[in-house]
Design a protein around this ligand. Structure first.
Ligand SMILES: Nc1ncnc2c1ncn2[C@@H]1O[C@H](COP(=O)(O)OP(=O)(O)OP(=O)(O)O)[C@@H](O)[C@H]1O
Ligand SMILES: [Mg+2]
Length: 406
């Protein structure tokens, strides 16, 4: 069949969604091809259809969140959130499809397990109640900037097929403090009326207000309003608060949340998964990705996304061949303008300024890069790589001796 390779790709992409109408059409096409005795094409489509079935079989089933857990009217595009009376700025944003246009977040295994367990609790309310226990309803997500906290809150709501009422607390804290307490009350009244997940982003803005010595009484009132509203929402819906500065939250606020999820900077393995994902559609050898993840070091997902996008730009604009050596050459031009960790022995610095120590540190790190692929990436012979490695071992041993001698 003419252009079958393209048709096959279209079918593969279409089957990744779970629309039964698309599947039906692929089955129709397969049956037509069978009548036309194109057995090779029939076999290829059969494989795609079977693959799609098993993948969907593995995906978590779509379970509607119990209406006794999340109560209220349905949010629609006709429902408008309340606004600040003085400024007319809306107190929240209604997001009907929180996952639309957003990538799925990538986490360490431990974090993924924690989030899955929390989702499970929210999806299987009746099972819990049969055991006489209520599910938790609130979660505080905290951690350094750019680690995917907001993305995670949206992803959680998407998994539950619930819309979000998204309030940025920094926007809610009015310059007229008296109005802030009213804004908070109005926001909660709105969220409580509808079936939704209430997301309180930049939650530390409230805590930061306490730094203002002139407004002590007023701020107490605002924090009290918040605590009261969190308490009265406890039996109504799901609430996710997000903060970068967990240390600023006072313990009374902290206690209001049943789950505390810390999202840390990604480890090497998670950085590899992120870069693989962010560098798509480029298909890059695993050793090269591991090396890039090592070079970038302890940086956030947001930083890695930026790095991957910049690398793609260098590769495309510079017409650089997407080979192991090409990518490493592109990374070498990129790293000096990426404000990477600047310590004397940071991987990024060694990569640019001291190839021998870079190779030594990389091999020593135990992330499992083969010497042969390292030689290919750096465009040197394998014996040079071995020499770098030996030199590094001798140097670090000598340094240790010197330190002990001091
Ligand atoms: N864990 C992750 N998985 C996938 N992408 C991520 C992850 N962390 C960050 N990103 C990328 O960084 C972008 C910003 O993430 P997000 O806004 O969720 O971070 P944040 O922790 O809320 O940051 P801030 O503290 O600045 O509000 C995302 O849109 C995504 O492209
Ligand atoms: Mg955020």
């Amino acid at each position: 069949m003419e252009h079958f390779a393209v048709i096959q790709t279209l079918c593969r992409i279409g089957l990744e969604g779970s629309d039964p109408r698309f599947r039906k059409q692929v089955e129709r096409l397969r049956d037509r091809l069978r009548s036309a005795s194109d057995q090779k094409a029939v076999a290829a489509l059969d494989r795609l259809l079977v693959g799609a079935t098993s993948e969907h079989g593995l995906a978590p089933s779509v379970v509607e969140v119990s209406r006794t857990l999340v109560t209220g009217d349905e949010l629609t595009s006709n429902v408008h959130p309340p606004s600040d009376r003085e400024t007319s700025v809306p107190l929240a944003e209604v997001i009907l499809e929180p996952g639309a246009g957003k990538p799925a977040p990538i986490f360490t295994e431990t974090l993924q397990l924690a989030l899955d367990a929390m989702l499970d609790e929210w999806k299987r309310v009746e099972t819990l109640r049969a055991m006489g226990v209520e599910p938790s309803r609130s979660c505080l997500i905290y951690g350094p900037p750019g680690t995917g906290k907001t993305l995670t809150a949206f992803w959680l709501a998407e998994q539950l097929h619930l819309p979000i009422v998204n309030a940025r607390i920094d926007g809610l804290v009015s310059s007229f403090l008296g109005t802030t307490a009213r804004n908070i009350a109005n926001l909660f009244a709105f969220a409580n009326r509808y079936r939704c997940v209430l997301v309180l982003d930049e939650f530390d803005a409230l805590a930061k207000m306490r730094d203002d010595p002139h407004e002590v009484g007023e701020i107490k009132r605002v924090v009290n309003t918040l605590l009261q509203n969190l308490d009265s929402r406890a039996g109504t819906g799901l609430t996710i608060a997000i903060t970068n500065h967990d240390s600023l939250l006072d313990s009374a606020v902290w206690r209001r949340f049943e789950n505390h999820i810390r999202i840390d900077l990604p480890d090497q393995r998670t950085r590899v998964a992120m870069l693989e994902n962010f560098l798509r559609p480029l298909s890059i050898d695993e050793d090269v990705i591991k090396t890039l993840a090592f070079i970038v070091g302890h940086r956030s997902g947001s930083y890695l996304k930026n790095f991957a996008d910049s690398l793609k730009r260098v590769l495309v604009l510079g017409n650089v061949e997407v080979s192991a050596a090409g990518i490493i050459r592109a990374a070498r031009t990129l790293v000096p303008r990426m404000s990477l960790e600047n310590g004397i022995s940071s991987p990024a610095r060694l990569f640019v300024h001291d190839e021998s120590s870079f190779v030594g540190a990389l091999l020593e790190s135990g992330i499992g890069i083969r010497q042969a692929s390292l030689a290919e990436m750096l465009e040197v012979s394998q014996s040079t790589i071995s020499r770098y490695s030996r030199e590094f071992t001798t140097r670090t041993a000598n340094e240790e001796v010197a330190v002990h001698a001091e």
